[in-house]
Design a protein around this ligand. Sequence first.
Ligand code: MN
Length: 267
Amino acid sequence: MSQPAGRSVLADFAAALAGGSLKCVDLTNTLSPDFPVIVLPPEFGACAPFRMEEVSRYDANGPAWYWNAISMNEHTGTHFDAPAHWVTGRDLPSNTVDAVPPADFLAPAVVINITREAAADADFVLTRDFLEGWEQANGLIPPRHWIALRTDWYKKVGTPDYLNMQEDGAHSPGPDAGAMDFLVHERDCVGLAVETVGTDAGQASHFNPPFPAHSILHGNGRYGLQCLRNLDQLPTFGAIIVACPLKIEGGSGSPLRVIAIIEEDAA
Ligand code: MN
């Protein structure tokens, strides 16, 4: 017996998936030893790059099977930041990747395009003023959305401009504390999703407070997604982001595959 369309939200969704009117966009960069990781000052522990060691490939170590051993930092490649990643979130409940409510792994996104600003100034700072102007032009940021910051920064992957390290550290765009307070407390965001290597600007160690995205997101139980790609393929409103981190016991974050579901003609 066939299910009549319109009987339920999920039935409509299933029909759209099966009928091909929804499109999946891969927001994930490929994990490889070459993918750049965040660079911290030398007095701090470093972020390990992705490593892969072959165990067997249809050979003496495994005549019929191919598999690898892998290792990396929890924050290598396209990855999820849990509240426990930051000291401000250390005492929150459900603050590690194994404890985050799974409902939070599926959320809509609003895409804020700062491509032009980031191209003109690698240190572009996203402010509350900018966001309020953006809302006047585009509409209110709805609650319980990922704030996806489109910079087209992913197009720099494979070049030194991705990390953009200078003598005084990294230079890449990010929000200030006023923008983060606004997004968390007045727009109830799920988290901040970016194409750069961190949710914070490259120079955010000099901000007040330092690292306002990490500090305010994670101190309020919100999440980060970093090293995304293809945000230019998403509509301003209407994309659904699926981002399920690995269930690492006590983990502060996790590499993951991130996809967006959009309507076929949405972008
Ligand atoms: Mn991270």
